[in-house]
Design a protein around this ligand. Structure first.
Ligand code: FES
Length: 601
């Protein structure tokens, strides 16, 4: 009998890969990958809950059942029922958040520096005289003349609301003024709010902030919907360049998700989107450019330059973000092609703008941005650390989602693992693979070059190399071993080598040694969950007293909130971007030597 051919299914946004026979339904593929989708009718095609969106690769055409269960709008947007859709080749599928049985882990918490309260938009309460047969001035004129300074300007979106708002509120209104620009006309007493968002390549973190007292009144997160079009920055840039309307699609999907987050935050706080009068959006240079509709082709080609590095202010209506009619979006400055506004925001979030201490601050991702402050000078670089810490290029890798191994301890023959959500293991995320490699190094089960060696009951031959079993098949959520291979160890070596080499080159530039680092700030989602001892054990971070390290969470998000509340800090952001000495690692004479040394375990 001929064996059925197989194909690969990639389940996004969690980054889980599974090889299955052609003809398997997407619901069964997800189950075999250990990923639980909502499927209330158990796959009978009658509940409509197992919605997924195949984004590339061949699948069966919509069945009659799907045509009955899904709306024409859903179908034309590519939405399908996982229990009805058969996989006909290698396929990538986007799973919307509501189709997962367990919520994804989204990091919105960050260490908070004290806010400075001097926002760009302020409230002014006004009583305008109502019109009469003796007073036929226009609504705008009577509003202007009721102000201490009548010289205000506004655009059509705000003017469109003026007449109804004045009449509905008996001519008493609250104006949101950005200098002399009228941003919104609100009912009296309504609070003014701002939106701060950290647009990560993988995840979004959004905050609603009261502009009058600085309180964060709501926060939420979402996966970046652009993942469906490419896991990393380069593949998104390629999508933007190689597909008709590719950039528009990426921008549209992001704006759509941001609008959903705005609605969610407003509902949490009991306010309306019309009260959100200002926004700050931070992201790496590619996310920044894709959001703003700037060209990205040049970002994907050496020498990787930004189209715009200055801070920008864009009317929210121009980008389709549904806030107050005259709301403005502030985008902080970028430093370079691969050190973006999110890094500037992270430095502000960690309150490093005036630090006198010798400080390293880094945010680990596919690109790891590192800053070094020393003697009132500031250097930064970007390291191509790759996606291994996001679970990509790791044989059982996945993003930090329920069922991912996030902690590993190897103690003699005992192997302890902890999974996110304490669910049966279906893969390994960044902090888990870091711990696993560190554990193998400490146990003497891996040599300097990353080859697995020695004797251990969990060390078994793989196809070509050996592999270390973290979770045996009988205990996993997939019915297969969750393991670490030599190739995985090598991927982690490349990632940690790139980070350590970048760090060492900045130290060379400053003429200091690692032991002189007085504080070591680790920001970002992976940085929050990584185990410092593991990072030091594999040589990714230098051996320093532990009290010098601080894991500050989503500092880029905290920085965005500070920028929302303080015009002065916006000026500081520009000064940081102008003062930093950007170090291009690729052309640094010492880089290769330092990198090769940093690869060893
Ligand atoms: S599981 Fe009910 S329609 Fe697919």
């Amino acid at each position: 009998m001929m064996e059925k051919s197989t194909c690969e299914v990639i389940l996004q946004p969690i980054g889980k890969h599974i090889r299955i026979p052609v003809g398997t339904t997407l619901l069964d593929a997800a189950r075999q990958a250990g990923v639980e989708l909502v499927a209330i009718c158990g796959g009978e095609g009658v509940c409509g809950t197992c919605r997924v969106c195949p984004v590339s690769g061949p699948v069966s055409p919509p069945s009659l059942t799907e045509q009955a269960e899904l709306t024409p709008a859903d179908l034309s947007a590519g939405m399908r029922l996982a229990c009805e859709t058969e996989v006909l080749g290698d396929v990538k599928v986007d799973i919307p958040p509501e189709s997962f049985t367990t919520p994804q882990r989204l990091q919105v918490e960050g260490q908070e520096a004290p806010p400075e309260l001097a926002p760009a938009v302020a409230a002014l309460d006004v009583d305008a005289p109502p019109p009469s047969l003796d007073d036929l001035r226009s609504d705008l004129t009577r509003l202007r003349e009721a102000l201490p300074d009548p010289d205000i300007h506004t655009g059509l979106p705000v003017l469109a609301t003026i007449s109804e708002t004045l009449r509905r509120n008996n001519w008493r209104v609250r104006l949101a003024l950005r200098g002399d620009e009228l941003v919104a006309i609100l009912p009296p007493g309504e609070g003014l709010y701002g939106l701060a968002v950290d647009v990560g390549t993988t995840k979004l973190a959004a905050y609603l902030v009261n502009l009058e007292n600085g309180d964060t009144v709501a926060k939420s997160g979402a996966m970046n919907p652009q993942i469906a079009y490419g896991e990393d920055v380069i593949s998104r840039i390629n999508h933007a360049n190689q597909h008709a309307n590719g950039a528009k699609t990426l921008q549209g999907r992001l704006v759509e998700t941001l609008n959903g987050l705005v609605d969610e935050l407003c509902a949490q706080a009991g306010v309306t989107p019309g009260q959100v009068v200002e926004a700050v959006i931070v992201g790496n240079t590619a996310m920044h450019h894709l959001f703003a509709g700037l060209p990205v082709k040049q970002l994907g080609e050496s020498p990787y330059v930004a189209a715009v590095s200055d801070a920008m202010e864009i009317p929210s209506a121009e980008l389709g973000l549904c806030l107050a009619p005259g709301a403005v979006i502030y985008l902080p400055p970028n430093v370079a092609g691969y050190v973006g506004a999110d890094h500037v925001s992270m430095l502000l979030g960690a309150d490093l703008q005036e630090t006198a201490k010798t400080t390293i601050a880094l945010d680990i991702g596919t690109n790891t941005e590192i800053s070094l402050f020393h003697g009132r000078k500031h250097w930064s670089c970007s390291c191509a650390s790759g996606p291994a810490f996001e679970g990509a290029h790791i044989s059982d890798g996945m993003r930090a989602a329920p069922g991912a191994v996030e902690r590993v301890r190897i103690d003699g023959e005992a192997v302890q693992v902890h999974t996110i959500g304490e669910q049966p293991a279906i893969g390994i995320c960044g902090s888990g693979i870091l711990d696993a490699v560190a554990g193998l190094v400490k146990a003497g089960l891996v040599d300097k070059r990353g080859a697995l060696k020695g004797e251990h009951p969990r060390l078994v031959p793989d196809d070509k190399n050996s592999a270390f079993i973290l979770v045996p098949a009988a205990q996993s959520g997939t019915g297969r071993d969750v393991h670490v291979t030599r190739q995985d160890v090598n991927e982690i070596q490349l990632a940690k080598g790139a980070i350590r080499a970048g760090l060492e080159i900045l130290l060379v530039e400053a003429g200091i040694e690692a032991r002189e680092i007085q504080q070591f700030i680790v920001a970002g989602a992976f940085g929050t969950y990584l185990d410092l001892d593991s990072a030091i054990a594999i040589g990714m971070f230098p051996e320093l007293p532990r009290e010098r390290f601080q894991q500050v969470g989503n500092a880029a998000g905290s920085g965005a909130k500070r920028l929302l509340l303080s015009n002065r800090l916006r000026q500081v952001a520009t000064e940081i971007a102008q003062a930093v000495q950007y170090v291009e690692l690729a052309k640094h004479p010492d880089f290769m030597k330092v990198y090769v040394k940093a690869l060893g375990l």
